[in-house]
Design a protein around this ligand. Sequence first.
Ligand code: MN
Length: 203
Amino acid sequence: MSFELPALGYAYNALEPHFDARTMEIHHTKHHQAYINNLNNAIKGTDLEGKSIEEVLKNLDMNNMAVRNNAGGHWNHSLFWEVISPDNKGRLSGALLDAIIAAFGSKEEFMEKFAAAAMSRFGSGWAWLSAHKDGKVEICSTPNQDNPLMPGVGNCGIPIMGLDVWEHAYYLHFQNRRADYVAAFWDVLNWNAVEAKYEAATR
Ligand code: MN
């Protein structure tokens, strides 16, 4: 069974005016699809074929750049689509709110630190909010399509929220204004989905 492009739970234009339809469509059907195609080609006929994406990442040979870049690209984008939504009615609450206050002092301070991680990532990469088994959360950032599930990327836990800061994620609409794109992320972030991922990561 090859990896397949996951369907979005919303239309490409559903996140307007924050994330524009053209970027969403190209990002999903071209960029994410390309990672999947390249991943399927890279693992064809190897013992990675048929493994889950999490298994592929956990046992990754970091020197195998084709698998590293494309397995990361597939997992990272799949998470990204799940934590954004036009039904942005979720409010941060419960155990995740408590963990964020414990780690950062307040939701506002968390948002500032997360935005700083997204802004200070030089070139292409991702900003993450990750959870540890004991319930602690932390912010980290990785280059390219790396993520904290990969061996040797750091002890950052399981990502429960991720922001793509590759230019392909924002250039059509925001051009060089990454800060405006990061600000728009909060308008489409689905806290309910992040909370569900927090619960799954700390269960
Ligand atoms: Mn992307």
